[in-house]
Design a binder for this molecule. Sequence first.
Ligand code: BGC
Length: 753
Amino acid sequence: MTSCGKKAPKLGVHPIDDVIAAMSLEEKASFVVGTERMKTTPPDRAPGMPVREMFSPELKEKLMQCETQEEAMELMIATSLVEGRVQGAAGQHYALDRLGIEPIVYADGPAGLRIDPTRKDDADEYYCTAFPVGVSLSSSWDVELVNEVTRAMGNEVLEYGADVLLAPGINIHRSPLCGRNFEYYSEDPLLAGKIASAYIKGIQSNGVGVSLKHYAVNNQETCRNGVDARLSERALREIYLKGFEIAVKESQPWTIMSSYNKINGTLASENYHTLTEILRDDWGFEGFVMTDWWAEENGARQIAAGNDLQMPGTLHQYEEIYNGVKDGSLDEKTLDQSIRRIMNIMLKTPTYRHYAYSNKPDLGAHAKVTRQAATDGMVLLKNVQKSLPLDSKARVALFGTASYDLLVGGSGSGNVNRKYKVSLDEGLKNAGVELEDNLTKVYKDYTSAERAKMPTENFWSVPVIPEMPLDKALVKNALSKSTVAILTLSRMAGEGGDRHVVKGDYLLSDVEEQNLKLVCQTAHAMGKKVILVLNLGGIVDLTQFVALPDAILHAWMGGQEMGNSLADVLMGKVNPSGKLPLTWALRYSDYPSAGNFPLSDGDSAYVRYAEDVMVGYRHFNTQGIKVLYPFGYGLSYTTFAYNNLIIDVLGEQIKVSADITNTGKVAGREVVQLYVGKPSVDGLLMPAKELKAFTKTKLLNPGETQTVEMIVPCSELATWMEAENKWNVASGEYTISVAANVEDVRLKGVATL
Ligand code: BGC
């Protein structure tokens, strides 16, 4: 009962506006600030960001009593876990019983649901499926596949009792060194936006929500909390926001997560321009915005800008919002609007639908989905004299520690607590392939001895077994008893840090280089072939080494069934059809961002996006710079011919069709890309080609033809005009290229607008 004796209205029973009208200011400020308040480690601060009290007094005292750093770290990690309804979820909403406000649950994302797999005094298990990472999904260029994966993933969100999955992450690969590129999709916003739309639709088809992240211009981890990304409005609109725009318009995510960084001097979570003027006024976003975890400078400013929920919530935010309304600097109507947006979404959640979740999703069925999905994203980079697929009678000498301990996902919030993972030796054995036993035993003994010495995995770090140095006798002996060598090379990555151009990271380590050379030289001297498998969430500098192996398969981080998926492709059960969602340059310094990454000026926490819209292939292709592998590149075990280009300008759209024929000997699928070259307006520099549509054929049998159709809305050909502050579609001739990759144009025509 309220003080005046009237019963309080309840959310879900009474109209939202009645509930808001019944809320005290304390309740309103509590409602828009998550439950965590003061507990754990906020992300790395850029210079100038406020220094906050990180720990509660109780935790501080306990930390003082820890004897080792590891003990302290474990305590911090343990205290950061939400012990709410779904343990290990990233955050929970503030409950207000009086008003029927129940705590809805937010959990990571994006390669599967991230929750604690076991619970104290509970014999049940809560493992989730580790699906392929983001860059593997986008390499499939297959929106139907992504939708299938995320229908399964969203079912786990629903059945484990969470309401919103904190995914997908779609920030642009501005630099190959960004530590979270494995979670993100591409250097191209159209590919990122289309994959994200399919992802969002798949998850939300389960009646649970997503949080499309990290909005926006969050292209690095260095100084991530507050680094200032300085860029033109044109680059912002055409490159860094475009993927978000596509995803919002096509799939209306329930929520969006703002990012830690500043955009042209203003924090993304306090940025009225991006959060209100663009996201809501221009694009018509209907959901609510939450902060990334502990992204905060001023809670009142966040609400005023249109950042509705502050997660996981700090005391400062609560106080600033409360005081802001009291002193008139924050309009209470603006706060009410944020509350209304959140409540609108809350009412759609399983929590409010009182969904009786089972805690028993069909993990067996989902394992099949992830097994197939990982194969769809694998990119065949090289295949001399049809080295792949392997003969069914192949006897394999399996090299590389990662072959026996594949990295199936990255670290940080994107790491899924899976029940198991399939290594490549297991995958090959499951496929009936004979391995050279002595070599396998040497590797297995080595990996188990090394693993025993290593620290256990935690949120920030998934320790990786160091590469085992090979000696000549072992290699020779193993190859003498085998028909072919497979060597796997891996890299871990995760949030909280960027990669570096050093040996063992962007460059191969000395041991990796020596092993690769030794295996290739020995195998070739014996007339045997070497297959290099790449198990990375991004790329490494391979320029010096591509000539060595006979075939190279980029398998990314393919989720828990990765060993089986790899065997499917290596043995030819599945014909690879993935293509690169990024440009693989000859050297790091060729990337247009290289001079301004991660910071532009020593210790000052800002980055100039000097390359403007010329990101990735837009730069390389326009300047004619030679690359190792171009954007959109990928081979198949078969070949395809492109014929009969038809271009129709139909009112507000351009319709393009072409015939794709399988001209090889095995069935396969082809990713078909449509690039447009725009006429210049007002002397602005235009990329020579921009991806404006793509499609993937069905599985085509040898000799079979499919007519594919791609539609480009004319509005998507617009250029952002800085001076006029608006989009402009120029009249003139647009070149249309139907291509197998950005450099391999198969059919060319013109559309006149
Ligand atoms: C990450 C987000 C994640 C959140 C919750 C942050 O550190 O940047 O991507 O969703 O934590 O775990």
